[in-house]
Design a binder for this molecule. Structure first.
Ligand SMILES: CC(C)(COP(=O)(O)OP(=O)(O)OC[C@H]1O[C@@H](n2cnc3c(N)ncnc32)[C@H](O)[C@@H]1OP(=O)(O)O)[C@@H](O)C(=O)NCCC(=O)NCCS
Length: 272
């Protein structure tokens, strides 16, 4: 049975009887649409807005100034003791799903219909493009941009200041139907180290490491680990040069200086 918890000009927040009472809605919502369902143990900060048909399961903690669009699901597949956290100033676009046990930092932007599965960790200032899928137990650092339709499976690690272009596919096992596959996968996740760039449409095979500052050219198939600062292209991907030798052909990027230079990236990060 549904009952009406709040009645504002824009619509209603509905809660079924058994999920009504122990919801901690500190300042309630800034704004909300119709037909949202909020389960017990949900905590909501200040200035949080919800679209229509938003579903928030148990033990989800939402920071201040989070904006949640229509048809978003948070804390899906709730399990005892699993807390889901959404950092402040996050923006989640329509149809996105975050499963239980996942912890999201602040300023996260999640594109429409993107999914993050259970027990993953996402740092601050991360962008995840529309239609992307992040598996379970994935670790994503801070200042990361992942374009639309990336696939990042269970146990992948993505470092700070990294970039994954659109349609990047990361894999985590060579033998997906092996009966012991789940014994391997926690050890065979790909590691993408800090500042690395993976170009559009590239595919990374299991167990490899993309070194710090390395670049994988668009459309490459990477079958073995890449040394830091290497640029690799092709199938199978081979080194063509060192990142520090890149020159911006238009001389736009940091005039005459290498846009991938670690020192310059740091300065840029600090707004200098
Ligand atoms: C790999 C990359 C960084 C190299 O950039 P660059 O240093 O300016 O390289 P150049 O254009 O000088 O190319 C060097 C050589 O590698 C080849 N090459 C470059 N990128 C390639 C790629 N992705 N696949 C195959 N060959 C590639 C070039 O054709 C050139 O070959 P040549 O020496 O025989 O003429 C760049 O080409 C790239 O793929 N960037 C990622 C783009 C991307 O995914 N963007 C996403 C935003 S939507």
């Amino acid at each position: 049975m549904l009952c009406n918890l709040q009645d504002k000009e824009n619509g209603l927040v509905y809660m079924s009887k058994q999920i009504l009472l122990d919801v901690e809605l500190r300042n309630y919502f800034n704004d909300f649409g119709k037909n949202c369902v909020i389960y017990p143990g949900v905590e909501v900060g200040e200035g949080v807005s919800l679209g229509h048909f938003v579903l928030i399961y148990n033990n989800v903690k939402i920071g201040d100034n989070v904006r949640i669009s229509d048809r978003v699901t948070l804390g899906e597949n709730p399990k005892e003791g699993l807390e889901t956290k959404i950092g402040e100033c996050t923006r989640i676009f329509s149809g996105a799903t975050i499963q239980s046990g996942t912890i999201i930092g602040k300023n996260f932007t999640m594109g429409s219909n993107a999914v993050i599965r259970t027990n993953s960790i996402v740092g601050d200032d991360v962008i995840l493009g529309l239609g992307s899928e992040i598996g379970a137990n994935v670790k994503i650092g801070s200042d990361v941009k992942m374009n639309s339709h990336v696939f990042v499976p269970d146990y992948t690690e993505v470092g700070d200041h990294t970039y994954l272009g659109p349609y990047v596919v990361v894999t985590n096992t060579l033998h997906p139907r092996c009966p012991k596959v789940w014994e391997c996968i926690p050890k065979t996740g790909v590691k993408i180290r800090d500042y690395a760039i993976v170009g559009a449409g590239s595919l990374l095979m299991p167990e490899i490491e993309i070194g710090e500052h390395a670049i994988v050219g668009a459309g490459s198939v990477v079958i073995k680990s890449i040394e830091p600062y290497s640029i690799v292209v092709g199938n199978p991907a081979k080194k063509i040069k060192d990142v520090r030798d890149i020159k911006c052909p238009e001389r736009i990027a940091l005039i005459e200086e290498n846009p991938y230079d670690a020192r310059l990236i740091e300065l840029r990060m600090r707004g200098k």
